[in-house]
Structure formats: C-alpha cells, structure tokens
Design a binder for this molecule. Structure first.
Ligand code: ADP
Length: 314
C-alpha cells in the first residue's frame, strides 16, 4: 500500500499474455518514467506460487547492469497477484524489428551490436547465478538510447512452467534447448545459451530458425536442422527421462559448417563458428556466456554499430 503510492499510474500502453502494462512515473520524480506491469490473475495457481514469484523477482532487483531491465519495485495488491515497477523502455522489442521486413533494414554490424548487448546481459546473469530460461526476441526490450535489455525474468518459472495445458498454447517453444524436451534433471546456463543461438539465427534470417509446431515436432526440427542427439555427440543423453531412442538409420548427423555458412554466411566465418558453438547439442559442451564474450567474432570486421545509430522500429 505504501509502495503503491510511490508511483503514479498513467495510461495503458500494452497487454500481453500475462500482464497489462501501464506507463507511469515516480511521484516525487515525474521525469523518471516507469512501466507498471500488472500481472493478470491466473485461475490455476496458488498463493504460494505468487509469493515465490515475488521473492524471486525481488532478488532480481539486486541485479544492476546496462543490459538487464531495471526492476524498481514489486508489490501485491488485492485485485491482482503482483505488480512490477520496471524501467520504461519505449522502443519496443527485437521481435518487432526482426519481423518488420517492410520498414526496418539492418546489417551484420547491427546484428553484432545487438548480439553483444544480449551476450553481456546473459553473462552478467550467469555470473550472478540467475538463469533467464525464457529468452526470445520478444523479451529483448530496447531503451531510448538503443540499449537492448533482457526482460521478463523469473516470471518464466513462476508463471508458465507448471501449467503445460496452457503453455503449449501460448508459450513459444522455439527457443528451448533439447535437454528441456528430454527433461534433464539438472540444467544450467546452457539453457539460455541455446536460446541466444536461436535469437542470433533469427536476427540473421529474419525468421525463426527452429519453429516447431508441437513439443514433439520441436525435437524433430532440432534433429533435422541441428542434428540428432546420440550417445556419441552427447554422452548420457539416452538415460534422460524423456529420451526417445532413434533407429540408427534415422539418425541425422550434426550439420557441418558448410550448412551453416549457406544459411548464416552474412555474419562471416567467425560469426558462424560462434553460432555453431551455441547450437552444441550436449549442454556440457555448449559455449558458455564467458566463452561467447571471449570469441574472436567480436574483434573481426565489421565493428558493432554504436547503439545510437541502430535502426529503430518503423
Ligand atoms: P508480451 O511480452 O506478451 O508482449 P508484456 O506483458 O511483456 O507482453 O508487454 C505488453 C506490452 O507492453 C509490450 O508489447 C510492450 O509494448 C509494453 N511494455 C512491456 N514492458 C515495457 C517496459 N518496460 N517499458 C515500456 N513498454 C513496455
């Protein structure tokens, strides 16, 4: 109740699957704009889950980095489960830019700049033992100065995961790594790295690279376009809970560099190497966030575009 009065809520600026979003500002500092995200009331979750979500989300307030959305506050109210007070990011998200092929043009230097911002954000999360777990172009918001910021943290776990009936309908599976479909017990930052690979690929193609129609189909698409997980390329995979054996003659080999060069050659051979390292099937061998930042790709031409010169939405 007290926190609520620290902010002034203005007009609705959008609504998504889980929330209504309002523009607002600090009561004492009208120039500090915020987005107030009021989570929709969900039928099938319990108060306990909501409290977990609040706790987890509060923890994220501690993370302070230019490529992570600033969370100013979290409060509960009686008509809804949770309200988030977030940094106001007025320039939309990366998904809008990628898919507005009619109005938005960008090149491999712009892609490198956006990927650098995403990589630094995810590196900082992983350094602080936070997994995002729902990275996709639509969760990469753009600040007034062009900076890309990771958004929608923690919410993934609290809101979507236990409710499969709902998530098959509305939650996109295209950015999920194979270990999640096989229900690996312990998973790691490697989950996010696969998603970063999907985002990199989508920035280049301006289309989703692994668009499965169902969870089963998603695994099939991964086998076709990346390669079939086997004991050879991923020791232990056949022991995972939901692993389905594949007949020897149905195994698709891991795609060679030439295949990636054909599809993604515009980012150059080093960009392609980096992309391939993100799409390593075995999560233990997949490149880490640190590995991404240390990659030669960043030092090669072209230099990433300065953020103030990046394309804006039409
Ligand atoms: P979705 O992720 O399904 O688009 P969200 O609930 O995250 O839904 O957001 C709904 C809309 O509100 C977005 O499309 C965006 O335009 C806007 N929005 C979300 N967060 C912010 C923010 N921090 N600053 C400005 N606008 C935002």
């Amino acid at each position: 109740i007290e926190t609520r009065n620290k902010y002034v809520k203005g007009k609705e600026i959008g609504s998504g699957t889980y929330a209504f979003v309002y523009k607002g500002h600090l009561r004492d500092e009208p120039n500090t704009l915020v987005a107030i995200k009021k989570m929709k009331v969900m039928e099938n979750y319990k108060d306990g889950l909501t409290m977990d979500a609040v706790r987890e989300t509060k923890y994220l307030q501690e993370l302070s980095h230019p490529n992570i959305i600033k969370l100013y506050d979290v409060f509960t109210s009686k008509d809804t489960n949770m309200n988030l007070v977030l940094e106001f990011l007025p320039r939309g998200d990366l998904e809008q830019l990628i898919h507005d092929t009619g109005n938005v043009r960008y090149n491999s230097a712009d892609t490198k700049a956006w990927m650098g911002m995403v990589a630094r954000g995810i590196w900082f999360c992983h350094e602080n033992f936070v997994l995002h777990r729902d990275l996709k172009p639509n969760n990469l918001l753009i600040a007034a100065d062009g900076e890309v910021k990771l958004a929608d943290f923690g919410l993934a776990r609290s809101f979507s995961e236990p409710h499969l009936a709902m998530s098959t309908e509305v939650i996109t599976r295209w950015y999920r790594p194979p270990e999640l479909f096989y229900r690996a017990r312990q998973y790691s930052g490697a989950v996010d790295i696969w998603s970063v690979g999907c985002i990199f690929a989508e920035l280049i193609l301006r289309n989703a690279f692994l668009p499965g129609q169902t969870d089963i189909d998603q695994v099939e698409v991964i086998c076709q376009r990346i390669g079939t997980p086997t004991e050879e390329n991923w020791p232990g995979v056949s022991k995972l809970a939901s692993y389905v054996p594949v007949a020897k003659d149905k195994v698709r080999p891991v795609q060679p560099k030439s295949y990636y060069m054909q599809l993604f050659g515009t980012v150059g051979p080093f960009g392609v190497d980096l992309l391939m390292s993100m799409f390593t099937l075995d999560p233990r061998k997949r490149v880490t966030a640190k590995g991404i930042l240390d990659h030669e790709y960043w030092a090669k031409d072209p230099r990433p575009t300065d953020k103030e010169n990046l394309p804006k939405k039409g």
